[in-house]
Design a protein around this ligand. Structure first.
Ligand code: B12
Ligand code: SF4
Length: 439
């Protein structure tokens, strides 16, 4: 039985599909013949897809939450035309399985963690189990949508080490070999409650860690597969959430001759002087923080659980040791006023991040934010077209939940985007100094 896993990617850049590498490795270990194709950095051609899925019994497609979904749709329609069953997984069907399954080019949907449910689907297609034994899979039958019982979250150490050799070489261009950030995951889940976030809903509120030994094996494997690799992006939701485990892991990494530089995501309240020092020693070049807002009122509304002083401290600690900082900010929050925006701008100037990424709030289904925005007339998307209109581009200001004029919000974003382009640190410092004088 042959399974094709297809990653739509983006037309202009490469991001390695870690989720599909996991699925492919897992199924291969279970004895299935699996191929993994990544269509990044090119237009999707029907001929290429048809060739790739030839002889397959099942096609699995990653479906994301932004414009790449159009590419997932295209791939799925091609596969369907070839008479093959199509299964969707990834962030979009995880959030809105009932919309994903409505598409006539999708036969099965697997929300959330994919390994065990996809195995059950493959076993069914291979006629090893009856349909009634499917688990964690949603499908259509006689016009009805059938939801099978969901499965418990996995113990990550039971998964095989991702086999990066399964990744189709066609996307491994210069970017990946020398510059881009292959991903590594050392934990899944998140035990925080930020009101806009689906992560704890999709992957569980309990943090599940891989053993330290296991993470080291994965890092060594990456080095073997991509010998010129320089940077690694650790995609855990909050890499430093458990201080003692993080420090043990960092010390273990330092014992190996890996010579990578690293980027991770974490929270400002999950770092202190000691952790930052350890991260620096291990080769961390960037830390991405969810700053979200400079207004205590908005931070409270978001249930972010952090304060402006914690934000300032975390950025100060990083700057002090020379780790670059990336600040994620969310604007257009319900009840956000000009005063809140000003507090945010002042905080952003004070923290002197190396990069600012301003997004406009988009309510994902199932979140507390989603319930709140119903009061503002926001409704759940009813169809894929509705979803695409409402959600797909976080950079667009589709709504106006705040009390701030859209022009001001867009201008704020544009100003920080422009600031990001300035390479000279001296010029940046002067700009911030001058602006601070005026406000
Ligand atoms: C790396 C990353 C990216 C990278 C690359 C994504 C990639 N190659 O997968 C880039 C930079 C492109 C990116 C962009 C965006 N991202 Co992003 N990204 C991540 C990040 C940090 C890691 C993704 C990852 O590898 N996870 C680990 C793997 C194992 O999980 P996974 O990919 O979800 O795969 C599992 C399941 O989803 C499932 N599965 C996946 N594919 C398939 C296919 C089939 C057939 C089946 C059965 C199952 C299945 O099985 C896998 C194993 O269990 C996550 C946060 C996180 N920690 O996961 C955010 C995250 C996925 N991104 C998010 C967002 C919002 C975006 C953007 C919309 C941002 C923007 N402003 O444009 C875009 C949209 C991209 C897209 N196509 O969806 C959100 C999604 C929110 C949601 N809807 O739930 C997340 C959860 C971050 C967050 N906390 O909000 N992202
Ligand atoms: S934003 Fe980050 S810390 Fe907050 S719930 Fe989501 S993953 Fe967890």
């Amino acid at each position: 039985m042959k399974i094709s896993l297809l990653y739509p990617g983006f037309e202009n850049w490469v991001t390695p599909p870690l989720g599909l590498v996991y699925l492919a490795t897992f199924l291969k270990e279970k004895g299935f013949d699996v191929s993994l194709k990544d269509y990044s950095k090119r237009k999707i051609s029907s001929l290429e897809v048809i060739k790739d899925i030839e002889g397959s019994n099942l096609v699995g497609v990653y479906a994301g939450t932004n414009s790449s979904i159009f590419r997932s749709i295209k791939i799925s329609k091609i596969a369907k035309k070839q008479g093959l069953p199509v299964c969707w997984g990834g962030p979009h069907p995880t959030e809105l399985p009932e919309i994903a399954i409505k598409n006539d080019f999708v036969d099965y949907v697997i929300p959330g963690e994919g390994e065990l449910p996809f195995l059950s689907l493959c076993n069914f297609i291979a006629k090893k189990i009856p349909k009634k034994n499917l688990q964690g899979v949603i499908y259509k039958e006689k016009g009805l949508i059938i939801k099978t019982p969901s499965l418990d979250f996995l113990d990550l150490d039971t998964l095989p080490v991702p086999d990066w050799n399964l990744l189709d070489d066609s996307c491994l261009d210069e970017d990946l070999l020398t510059y881009s950030n292959p991903l590594i995951e050392t934990s899944r889940g998140c035990n925080y409650n930020c009101f806009f976030c689906r992560r704890p809903i999709s992957f569980g509120k309990k943090l599940r860690y891989k053993s330290i030994q296991r993470v080291i094996i994965e890092l060594k494997n990456l080095k073997k597969r991509f010998p010129n690799l320089k940077r690694i992006f650790i995609i855990d939701n909050t890499f430093t959430a458990n201080k003692s485990r993080t420090i043990k892991l960092l010390k273990a990494i330092r014992k190996e001759d890996l010579n990578f530089s690293y980027t991770c995501d974490t929270r400002v309240d999950c770092v202190d002087e000691e952790i930052i020092h350890e991260l620096k020693l291990t080769g961390f070049e960037w830390i991405n923080f969810g700053v979200e807002s400079g207004s205590p009122k908005i931070l409270k509304l978001m249930k972010k659980g952090i304060s402006p002083s914690q934000i300032k401290k975390a950025f100060y600690l990083c700057r002090n040791v020379g780790i670059k900082t990336f600040a994620f900010i969310l604007l257009d929050n319900p009840s956000e006023t000009y005063k809140d925006l000003l507090q945010t701008i002042i905080l952003l100037l004070k923290i002197r991040a190396n990069y600012y990424r301003i997004s406009f709030l988009k309510p994902f289904s199932g979140t507390e934010l989603f319930d709140l925005t119903k009061k503002y007339g926001f409704t759940k998307p009813e169809s894929l077209n509705d979803y695409i209109y409402k959600i797909y581009d976080e950079d667009k200001l589709t709504f106006n939940f705040s009390k701030i004029h859209p022009f001001v919000l867009i201008l704020t974003r544009k100003l920080f985007d422009t600031y990001n382009l300035i390479k000279n640190e001296g010029i940046k410092k002067t700009i911030i100094y001058v602006i601070k004088k005026f406000i």
